[in-house]
Design a protein around this ligand. Structure first.
Ligand code: NDP
Length: 449
């Protein structure tokens, strides 16, 4: 049978763009449909704009620290609108680069929403298109609980576009996005209250880091409240009024929800085409990204495995190698390093201590708790913390964790060692880079337990 395309990709985000480009490079005729902007969540309204805002929010502390190094800092002033305009300009530039990259690779971009109409067909607007393979790479979307007044809440989508910074923001959630935005709003001068329903933020991360981050956030003035949730939201003249589960009432300029993201599969025609979804609506795939329909594959957040851009990129690349590069490749999902751009940031790879104790049993734990050199003159009381989890039997480093300045930059290198399965002895044999914070990873000698 003749198809219009060898590959039709739905969604030009991290996974979809990589898969399209690589498949096209192998000679496939490829089209990608995008209903919003080429680049996807990470580039347009996720990692990239968020990180720009994180940079912006550090300056207040940097101006303070500068004084300790002999600088006189004059009056400073921050303008949210200027920041958002500058951010938007940069995102437009990146959007253009992504379009260019796809065009250069010979991929056709179709602006519009694609709906799957069968194992080898999609519809975009009025147009019926056939393809030998379909790749679903539609990503995810903020998921908010259905409580009264939830329509008055914003998510990261709106926060990145708002025209002014509210004087007081209530952040709901205790995951990546919640802690990152709490830090951004606070650093840029807003009063911040963060509400988390559980006992401690960042569930799933190493406990030492969770406690440390909570302490540091409180030290920076974030009012972090745990074991509490929002029952209802009402609009007021100045913002919102929240009624909490402990019956208290909180007034603020805005409420920001970061309560997880759900796979974007609604109305895509997948179930009708025979593609199995799980109870959260995620596309279920095998190790190669294949769905329950042989000609339909999926990569990235829509599969709800690990919601990280570099993982989606790996999955997209592996998909293209498998189907068009004659090299069946199943993306690996173990020892995936990640960072939380909280303040201070977190870098982590491999098992947490509790996970290692549960899965491996006999482990040694090495920790280092120190004051980064910059803060000695800078005056900040912020501390840094590094941790290694080691398998006592094999001496293999099972997990590495850090909270402190530059943790994201540092963990990438450590991630190679953990992914490679290196031993603690090999870490110890590595010469330290001095003076640095990273050197702690090769200097910890006495186990805490
Ligand atoms: P997360 O899953 O990380 O966190 C969701 C948070 O919301 C949890 O604290 C959760 O609590 C809480 N929550 C869930 N439902 C409710 C509810 N009904 N009421 C109150 N609280 C609730 O999701 P995020 O939205 O923060 O981020 C989505 C994903 O995006 C992340 O998993 C991450 O993979 C990715 N991401 C990565 C970043 C990075 O790499 N730096 C940055 C931003 C996002 P509980 O713990 O009790 O379930």
């Amino acid at each position: 049978m003749n198809f219009d395309y060898d590959l039709f990709v739905i969604g030009a985000g991290s996974g979809g763009v990589r898969a399209s480009r690589i498949a096209s490079g192998f000679g496939a005729k490829v089209a990608v449909a995008e209903e919003y902007k080429v680049g996807g969540t990470c580039v347009i309204r996720g990692c990239v704009p968020k990180k720009l805002l994180v940079y912006a929010s550090h300056f207040a502390e940097d101006f303070e620290a500068a004084k300790g190094f002999g600088w006189s800092v004059g009056e400073t002033n921050f303008d949210w609108e200027t920041l958002i305009d500058a951010k938007n300009k940069e995102i437009e530039r990146l959007n253009g680069l992504y379009i260019q990259t796809l065009s250069n690779a010979g991929v056709e971009i179709i602006n519009g929403r694609a709906v799957v109409t069968g194992p080898n067909s999609v519809r975009v607007g009025e147009r019926e298109i056939t393809a030998k393979y379909i790749l679903v790479a539609t990503g995810g979307w903020p998921d908010m609980p259905h409580i009264p007044g939830i329509e008055h809440a914003m998510t990261s989508n709106e926060a990145l576009e708002m025209r002014s910074l509210p004087d007081h923001v209530v952040v709901v959630g205790g995951g990546y996005i919640a802690v990152e935005f709490a830090g951004i709003f606070r650093g840029l001068g807003a009063k911040v209250t963060q509400l988390y329903r559980g006992e401690q933020i960042l569930r799933g991360f190493d406990d030492d880091l969770r406690h440390r981050l909570a302490d540091e956030m409180r030290k920076k003035g974030i009012n972090l409240m745990t074991e509490v949730n929002v029952e209802k939201i009402e609009k007021t003249d100045t913002g919102v009024r929240l009624t909490l589960t402990d019956d208290s009432v909180l007034e603020a300029g805005a409420v920001f929800y970061a309560t997880g993201r759900k796979p974007k599969t609604a109305g895509l025609g997948l179930e009708e085409a025979g593609v199995a979804l799980d109870e959260k609506g995620a596309v279920m795939v095998d190790a190669y990204g294949k769905t329950s329909v042989d000609s339909i594959y999926a990569v990235g957040d829509v599969t709800d495995r690990i919601q990280l851009t570099p993982v989606a990129i790996k999955e997209g690349h592996a998909f293209a190698l498998t189907l068009f590069g004659n090299a069946p490749t199943s993306p690996e999902h173990d020892a995936v390093p990640s960072a939380v751009f909280s303040q201070p940031p977190i870098g982590t790879v491999g098992m947490t201590e509790s996970e290692a104790r549960a899965r491996v049993g006999d482990v040694s734990v090495f920790v280092s708790d120190f004051r980064p050199m910059k803060h000695t003159l800078g005056g900040s009381s912020e501390r840094a913390f590094t941790k290694l989890i080691v398998d006592k039997k094999t001496d293999k480093v099972l997990g590495a964790h850090m909270i402190g300045a530059d943790a994201a930059e540092i963990i990438q290198g450590v991630g190679i060692a953990v992914k490679a399965g290196l031993t603690k002895a090999q870490f110890d044999a590595t010469v330290a880079v001095h003076p640095s914070s990273a050197e702690e990873f090769v200097l910890m000698r006495t186990p805490r337990s």
